[in-house]
Design a binder for this molecule. Structure first.
Ligand SMILES: Cc1cc2nc3c(=O)[nH]c(=O)nc-3n(C[C@H](O)[C@H](O)[C@H](O)COP(=O)(O)OP(=O)(O)OC[C@H]3O[C@@H](n4cnc5c(N)ncnc54)[C@H](O)[C@@H]3O)c2cc1C
Ligand code: FES
Ligand code: FES
Length: 479
């Protein structure tokens, strides 16, 4: 039997119409809408998730409400669209320009127009959010994954400001009803939830996790690294599996389902409470559409030495639950990385969840990252650190570092050195010396060996500077 015969039909709503796709589920949504549906408003730019020209909206029913998130269709397999509402630029068009398009036009925020559908879709996604606190700030953040190479961002910023103003008038109404009633988006949006509920009855009948060449979650690593082979490979899609969803807490232990996206983490009240500075950390990681797709499990299994959430969870000494569908085992994340992209995992094993002890009141946690650009860039070096304190004494510390060796690193000797010490400049200096003995960076496009060694020193100092600003003076930081 050929691989294709085993695949089931994918059903979803594309703009205002229900569609069925019986082909390979690893084809990306971008190619499907452009080449099979002739919806060419969604543009092909980089095909790597960087430019945002291909941005679409993905809607699903969550807690009995429609929830829309922007995603880059160049990295999204059709399987992840199953049972959802996919909206392309054609799906937000009305008889006249919608207010987002009108604002872009009025403010001169489009020139060659190639990036414009992507900007409009990201902003349409913003108009559909019902959790906005600061409209101006968050509308601007909604386009952090869109790049324009010719207009200049000031005019786009003015258009964004106008849209934020329009959305801020909503005052508690159901957001989908509000945008439809006020002609911000077409009226068919109002009926999507009902239609989707019916469609999901058949679309949700997903198969169990099967043996395959690749497990696919958000696809944001796989479709960059192997975009040619994905639409021809045998794939097992994990993103829509109910058993891999959810972020829960019991007795200070947080369990994160493997298919949780970065945005799920951002929106989790458990994570927000345990990490009050989480916004500062996640703003350093990719962009809104990528965070909407990227899962934590994908970050851990990709095993990039500079994976940001890998460094984050290494410092929390997280454990991972691994399954082969028959049996399940739990190992500590720090024992997962055996060598460059070499994992303590068989090819047929997948991650089910991640469990982590949340920092207590007596703990301090911090994440730091340096990259060539502040936003939308991968790290040159990153580091996270957790310190449990008893008064002024350190009970226990965990330090992680990325970009300074072949794997994401847990700095064992450095962490052990701190146990029982009191924080002082002398202790930090010795810690820096020990940390340097544990790492083995190489020179590459992100920096020389010497630069990366210096960066790790600075990031570790940075953790202490956040916690003890009165102790860590400018002289210490620059020495
Ligand atoms: C534009 C762009 C910017 C980015 N910026 C950053 C950044 O700033 N920081 C950063 O850390 N990363 C960044 N990334 C990388 C990527 O987004 C993350 O690593 C993401 O977390 C990967 O998750 P995913 O679900 O998309 O993984 P996928 O691409 O689906 O999978 C990645 C790997 O994990 C495996 N896998 C996935 N889920 C499971 C599972 N449950 N069990 C077993 N194996 C599994 C896959 O087989 C594959 O080998 C960026 C990517 C892009 C495209
Ligand atoms: S084409 Fe550039 S993000 Fe998809
Ligand atoms: S208007 Fe030309 S790329 Fe933005």
């Amino acid at each position: 039997m050929s691989k294709l015969k085993k695949l089931k039909v994918i059903k979803f709503i594309l703009n205002d119409k229900e569609v069925q796709y019986p082909g390979h589920p690893g084809v990306v949504v971008l190619d499907y809408v452009r080449y099979l549906k002739n919806l060419t408003g969604t543009k092909i730019g980089c095909r790597e998730g960087d430019c945002g020209a291909c941005t679409i909206l993905v809607g699903e029913i969550v807690l009995d409400k429609m929830r829309y998130r922007s995603m880059t269709s160049c990295l999204m397999p059709l399987a992840n669209a199953n049972g959802k509402h996919i909206v392309t630029i054609e799906g937000v068009n009305m008889d006249i320009l919608n207010p987002v398009q009108q604002a872009m036009s009025d403010e001169g925020a489009t020139q060659c127009g190639f990036c414009t559908p992507g900007f409009v879709m990201s902003l349409a996604g913003f108009c559909l959010r019902d959790d906005v606190v600061d409209y101006q700030k968050e509308a601007l953040a909604a386009i952090d994954g869109n790049i324009c190479r010719c207009t200049g961002y000031k005019s786009i910023q003015r258009a964004v400001s106008k849209i934020a103003e329009i959305c801020s008038k909503r005052a508690g109404e159901d957001v989908v009803k509000y945008v439809a009633k006020n002609k911000i988006l077409p009226s068919y949006f109002e009926n999507i939830k009902e239609k989707l509920a019916i469609l999901q009855l058949s679309a949700n009948a997903s198969a169990s996790i099967a043996k395959s060449e690749y497990f696919v979650s958000g696809g944001t690593d796989l479709y960059v690294q192997k975009h040619d082979v994905m639409p021809h490979s045998e794939l097992s899609f994990l993103m829509n599996k109910n058993e891999l969803q959810g972020i829960t807490e019991e007795n200070g232990i947080c369990i994160i389902g493997a298919a949780s996206s970065v945005t799920d983490l951002i929106e989790s009240p458990i994570i927000r409470k345990a990490f009050p500075n989480f916004e500062t950390y996640y703003k350093l990681v990719s962009s809104t559409p990528i965070r909407n797709m990227a899962t934590i499990a994908g970050n851990l299994v990709n095993a990039s030495p500079i994976g940001d959430f890998t460094a984050f969870f290494l410092a929390l000494d997280a454990s991972i639950e691994i399954s082969d569908n028959v049996s399940t085992r739990i190992i500590r994340l720090k024992d997962f990385y055996l060598g460059y992209k070499k994992l303590s995992k068989k090819p047929n094993e997948f991650l089910k969840s991640l469990s982590v002890k949340l920092p207590s009141q007596k703990s301090r946690f911090n994440f730091e990252k340096v990259c060539k650009r502040t936003n939308l860039d991968i790290a040159s070096v990153n580091s996270a650190m957790l310190m449990e304190l008893d008064g002024s004494s350190i009970l226990n510390a965990n330090i992680s570092a990325g970009g300074v060796g072949p794997t994401p690193m847990f700095l064992k000797k450095s962490s052990e050195y701190l146990a029982g010490k009191k924080v002082s400049l002398d202790v930090i200096e010795e810690l820096l010396r020990i940390a340097q003995t544990e790492i083995a960076p190489i020179s590459d496009a992100r920096g020389t060996v010497e630069y990366k060694r210096l960066l790790l020193n600075q990031l570790i100092k940075g953790h202490f500077a956040v916690w003890y600003p009165e102790m860590i003076n400018a002289e210490f930081l620059t020495m």
